[in-house]
Design a protein around this ligand. Sequence first.
Ligand code: 3H9
Length: 645
Amino acid sequence: MSDLVLLSKLANVGVITINNPPVNALSPGVPEGIVEGVATFNADPEVTAIVIIGGGRTFISGADIKEFGKITSGQKSDIGLADKIDLIEQSAKPVVMAIHGQALGGGLEVAMGGHYRVMDPAAKVGQPEVKLGIIPGAAGTQRLPRLAGVAKAMEMCWQGDPISAAEALQHGIVDAVSNGDLLTFAVEFAQGKPVRRVSDLPVAAADPAVSSAARAAAAKRARGLMAAQKAIDAVEAATRMTFAEGVAYERQLFEECLFDEQSKSMIHIFFGEREVAKIPFLAKDTPVLPIKSAAVIGAGTMGGGIAMNYLNAGIPVRLRETSQASLDRGVATITKNYAASVAKGRFTQAWMDSRLALLTPQLTWEGFDTADIIVEAVFENMALKKTIFAELDGIAKADCILATNTSTLDIDEIASATKRPHMVVGHHFFSPANVMRLLEIVRGKDTAPEVLATSMALAKTLRKVGVLVGNCFGFVGNRMFGPYRRVAEQLVIEGADPMAVDKALYDWGMAMGPLAVGDLAGLDVGWRIRQERGEVGSAPIEDALCEMGRYGQKTGAGWYKYDEKRNPAIDPVVTALIEQHRTGHREISAQEIIDRCVGALIDEGKKILEEGIALRPVDIDIIYVNGYGFPAHRGGPMWYGQVGR
Ligand code: 3H9
């Protein structure tokens, strides 16, 4: 037997420990090792029960995702997991799965192959395959409804979010939650238990209302994602097929997903999110500075959201404003955001109170001299930012990181206002900063390696995807967004309807159409930038809209007019304005709209790569999927540019 699976005995119980660091993926040899262990203990007369447990930090994180490419490229025909799980389930001696960390995907499927499951209170279980564009492929869609019921199984399989031990217990997915050492608990639990095979359990009769509600919810929340609908189909099949038939049907749907571009794109994003954390030019032993306290300047939308990230991570924050009214407004927004999460059941009131207790709103610089990081989040104005950084230079301790949340401005010029440009870095958060996962970490010409290493580590602490980018106007994300939106306007000038432009890109998978995004973000932002950069005229319709005071949603009108609920409607005033700028009236297809707008992203992305502003194409993809509503199932603009065009 290989080292991937270790066998030991505790009194009359055979213990199988999975030993495939870092996260016990089911790489070749692991399922085989477990099956061999089960057979060994079945043949051992001293053993009356078997416990399967994960070594290290987790139970099993799922099938080895790297193996999927071998199937799609024809190197192998199967992951070979479902049949191994059947063999575990066939054990004549009771098998108890002891879950700590995570049992995800194939990990939960293995767990359900056991006769019982016990769980550490902090552990999580889930079927996250849909987030990789696939569905469970080792009978998860057939065993889960037998334990948790059809509705819960459907929800878990199409949404893909892991659930807590308490919830897993409540839904019958596990049989007990441990109250001490997990292995000891599992060994005791195993005593005298009869064999109980999940595949033998009945499934409740089909309820069409449950399936159609799940399909409608998935069509909305997982728009365009084939795997979400197929996950529902597979679970529903359990209500009308035998276990064996259901497994065969699941396999067919799993393969349909696996061979589709959607899953290849989403797997690219999964590994990409981990790849961007690796900075080739940073030595592995680059020091990471401890960040135990933070200070944020500016309690507006961005400053407040940024402060919440630190509070959520348990890091105390001093939040500074220049007037009491602005400070009060900022604190009220933070409180309101937390209260909304409590109302939705995402946090408890006690948790919210403990976060707010870490916040010190203030009008002075008090305590800024001891902060480990100071984040400036004031109005996007170079002169103002330079004044602030010059002032900070006289206040902050020597090893304090000075971060600016600028979304476009030159980091080096901001840093030049200090005598320590090596401590200055851009931390570009995306609105709403407490929700959006992306953090662009902008490297100035003098930014020290330890400031970059700390920023990357901090992104993880703040539960963000940190992507290192170079210093240029708009960095990566906003720089690419400019040409994308310009092309959208150009299409209108050539004859496309604004709504047709937005609809084409929305239907293709973007979170919003490009013109609607302009209205949401504020058309005046781009207008001011064009004026500052001498680019007036490059967006003639948007210039004209701004001259009319139509800045977008915040003024109730932009490309569209908005009612109190912010529903957009066509405004004849805009239709007339467009007519004045029209150079043609040709029919423009949805495909042309997609090709030209996404093409603009790709072309600018290529320039960004040539200039070394982004490290790798995948960095751009991760930025677009996490910060700009680009559909993960299309893999990001650079990936799509290779496979989709
Ligand atoms: C599946 O199970 C299909 C089945 O139905 C069966 C079909 C037949 N495979 O995330 P981390 C790597 S599909 C290969 O930084 P954390 C990861 O790339 C699978 N590699 O750790 C990274 O490598 P590197 C369903 C994997 O503690 C390293 O491990 N399961 C896998 O922040 C550490 O990962 C999932 O979708 C894998 N399954 O988070 C779960 N998992 O160091 C996917 C991780 O070279 N995994 N790696 O960059 C996760 O969500 C997180 O890794 C986890 C740990 C929460 C487990």
